[in-house]
Design a protein around this ligand. Structure first.
Ligand SMILES: NC(=[NH2+])NCCC[C@H](N)C(=O)O
Ligand SMILES: [Mn+2]
Ligand SMILES: [Mn+2]
Length: 324
């Protein structure tokens, strides 16, 4: 696999400019260790592979950001959310970093971190793509979970279960230090959101999906139609003329392939199905950003390197490595 991807991206000025942001943040949920994922992915050779084998011109500041300077000492629960001000501050800072890469016309790869960081990444690309191209982005959310709880519908209070609610405006908050910084230009439409891989959706979330007519392909749909037809339908829903942000939670994969993650759910995607999803999105030429989140090397440690390897594989596939 030495050849660079052949497709000219539709919404980027060049095909090989890549911005990488490493986010060592775990405050959107309660289990420590997910903050170590970016280093584990990088030490497994991910960035070197992107440079050398995929011939990307990589802009990376060489840091795993923890944003410690932005994290407040006082952070009481608020509207049932745990660590609201920390998650807000981190995602706000991340949003600006992602925005800058995206404005410069780079594909943005963000290595998480828990899934709350998508509040930062997607808001950043949504705003940049509006300014740079005058267009709205679509989001493909690959996950066992819908992560669309509002603070009120959430049973856990963990913000990694809420990013989609904040990004779509289904959840809003005026306080500047608690996601009040999210404005219309940061938000996405529920009509341009597609889920793949769902199998552990809370009751309140099911109602939100139904009430808003959100397109979702569960594991049931994948079993019934096969991943090929599901991808045709998912990409058909978005249309061929829309920039795409892919947010990939490693727990979409079955724990057999990715055991080291905070909220593992059995009955998930095979590694090959995960790679296939990433390849299909790459093939559109419309992909402008990718998040890889929820790898936690300190859980199920005997499977940690396997989980990291799966994460690297998804990223390479999304960047066109396996396309001929
Ligand atoms: N990004 C994730 N792994 N999210 C899991 C969310 C689990 C559950 N739905 C919650 O709201 O807490
Ligand atoms: Mn998940
Ligand atoms: Mn998730």
């Amino acid at each position: 696999m030495t050849s660079a991807p052949t497709l000219q991206p539709k919404f980027l000025p060049t095909r090989n400019q890549l911005g990488v942001v490493a986010v060592g943040f775990s405050g959107g949920q309660c289990k420590p260790g997910v903050d170590a994922a970016p280093m584990a992915l990088i030490e497994a050779g991910l960035i070197d592979q992107l440079k050398e084998e995929l011939e990307f011109n990589v802009t990376y500041d060489g840091q795993v950001h923890a944003y410690t300077e932005a994290i407040p000492t006082e952070d009481p629960d608020y509207r049932n959310m745990k660590k609201p001000r920390a998650v807000s501050a981190v995602t706000n800072a991340l949003s600006q970093q992602v925005y800058e890469h995206s404005m410069a016309g780079r594909f943005v790869l963000t290595l998480g971190g828990d899934h709350s960081i998508a509040i930062g990444t997607i808001s950043g690309t949504a705003k940049a793509t509006r300014e740079r191209l005058g267009r709205d982005i679509a989001v493909i959310w690959v996950d066992a979970h819908a992560d669309i709880n509002t603070p009120e519908s959430s049973g856990s209070g963990n913000i990694h279960g809420m990013p989609v609610a904040f990004l779509t405006g289904l959840a809003k908050e005026d306080k500047e230090d608690t996601f009040g910084w999210l404005r219309d230009e940061h938000r996405i439409s529920v009509k341009k959101l597609v889920y793949i891989g769902l199998r552990d959706v809370d009751r309140g979330e099911k109602k939100i999906l139904r009430d808003n007519g959100i397109k979702a392909f569960s594991m049931h749909d994948i079993d019934r139609y096969g991943i090929g037809k599901v991808m045709d339908q998912a990409l058909g829903w978005i249309g061929s003329d829309t920039p795409i942000h892919l947010s990939f939670d490693i727990d979409a994969l079955d724990p057999q392939w990715a055991p080291s993650t905070g909220t593992a759910v059995r009955g998930g995607l095979t590694l090959r199905e995960g790679d296939f999803i990433a390849e299909c999105v790459a093939e559109t030429g419309s992909l402008i950003a990718l998040d890889l989140v929820e790898v936690n090397p300190s859980l199920e440690t005997e499977g940690a390197s396997e989980t990291v390897r799966a994460g690297c594989s998804i990223v390479r596939c999304a960047l066109g490595d396996t396309l001929l």
